[in-house]
Design a protein around this ligand. Structure first.
Ligand SMILES: CSC[C@@H](O)[C@@H](O)C(=O)COP(=O)(O)O
Length: 382
């Protein structure tokens, strides 16, 4: 199976010369254009304008962008070199750039989780510095940013492969079928990650087992991540029974029994299992519940936010009226409400598929995401 669709290109020729290019998703599928991301400002812009998007990819591009900026941007290098080699001053300089990146898009928690993890890596690197070393704090922290960014890039693909395997099995168990018909929303494939994908990765794993009968993509208005990106990936990967429907055809699809399971991604999953994902996901979950079609969420553990008890506290990004108008035939001055995400309540979710296994409803029907995360993070820390 080809993995031609590279959401980004990253190289690091001599170990301290990182270079980042991202595929401009706004001009897909008509053009394949890679954009250079030489600074933190550029990383912020490609995320904010949705030239790149998808929860895992947003985090990866932000962190790689920070590393590139520190190592190769002339203005940053000059400022950095002029600073005293004072631990707190150097840390604050990097943290300021991290805060700026964090403000690019609010809903997906992967970005703030990655920045938090990076912050801990920086503190750890500084604490290891001993009195006799000749290496400066500046060099230590720069290297720590680079190491963490490369680790994040690699971890994403291996986590997605594991999600694919757990997800394929969970769907086969739930549907009790040899071959399944799936429906999905938004884009959760190679283009939303460093490779392979989350929800679309599950479809990919079923395809590899020859257990995918068909996959239907919702168009995903207003940004059309389904028709522009998922449709493109489905064709590129020659997924069986690949087709597109408009968002409002989802109920009819289930009423006419053309689908066995829904598989969607996530931007943030709360402690109780409530899940923020692309606008329209909640609606799809209601239709699935009505038709008793299993509804699965696939997401890496970095999309789980156990600090938020329930979905009502998830910040939902609202985008401009202009974005909705320019992708429709509405009069140019029409006022709009354009939320980019909605929250699917845990009660509509059959399971949350992660790289460490599946969070399934307990005997009271509750999704205990908090206990799952605590169990798996304590194992990986010990
Ligand atoms: C693996 S991507 C999971 C989600 O981030 C995805 O489904 C989604 O909602 C993306 O929204 P987007 O606004 O395109 O960044």
């Amino acid at each position: 199976m080809s993995m031609n669709l590279q959401s980004l290109k990253y190289s690091n020729t001599d170990g301290s010369n990182p270079r980042l290019q991202v595929l401009d998703q706004l001009v897909l599928p008509n053009e394949k254009v890679y954009l250079d991301v030489p600074t933190v400002q550029d990383a912020y812009t490609v995320i904010r304008t949705m030239q790149i998007r998808g929860a895992p990819l947003i985090a990866i591009v932000a962190v790689l962008g920070l590393s590139v900026d520190l190592h190769t941007c002339p203005k940053t290098i000059q400022e950095y070199n002029q600073m005293d080699d004072n631990d707190q001053q150097v840390l604050s300089y990097i943290r300021e750039k991290m805060e700026y990146l964090k403000s690019s898009r609010p809903t997906a928690v992967n970005l703030s989780n990655a920045l938090e993890e990076l912050d801990q890596a920086l503190i750890k690197a500084m604490s290891k510095k001993d009195e006799t070393t000749t290496v400066s704090t500046k060099d230590i922290l720069k290297k720590a940013v680079l190491d963490y960014s490369e680790f994040l890039l690699e971890r994403d693909v291996s986590d997605n492969r594991a999600i694919g395997e757990f997800g394929a099995q969970a769907i086969l168990n739930a549907t009790k079928k040899e071959k399944v018909n799936l429906v999905t929303i938004c884009n959760t494939g190679s283009l939303a990650t460093a490779g392979y994908g989350t929800a679309l990765g599950v479809a990919r794993s079923l395809q590899q087992r020859n257990q995918l009968e068909s996959i239907t993509a919702l168009e995903t208005r207003p940004y059309n991540q389904g028709s522009r990106l998922t449709a493109f990936e489905i064709l590129e990967e020659q997924m069986p029974g690949g087709r597109l429907i408009c968002d409002s055809a989802a109920a009819a699809l289930m009423q006419t029994k053309q689908v066995d399971a829904c598989i969607v991604g996530a931007d943030r999953v709360c402690a109780n299992g409530d899940t923020a994902n692309k606008i329209g996901t909640y609606q799809l979950s209601i239709v699935a519940a009505y038709h008793k079609v299993p509804f699965f969420v696939a997401a890496p553990i970095t999309s789980l936010d156990i600090n938020l008890e329930s979905g009502s506290s998830i910040p939902i990004e609202e985008r401009s009226s202009e974005e909705l108008i320019s992708t429709s035939q509405a009069p140019s001055h029409m006022p709009c409400w354009n939320p980019a995400f909605d929250v699917t309540p845990a009660c509509n979710i059959s399971g949350i598929i992660t790289e460490k296994g599946v969070v399934e409803p307990d005997q009271d029907g509750k999704l205990n995401v908090k206990a799952f995360v605590e169990k798996h993070t304590s194992i990986s820390e010990s």
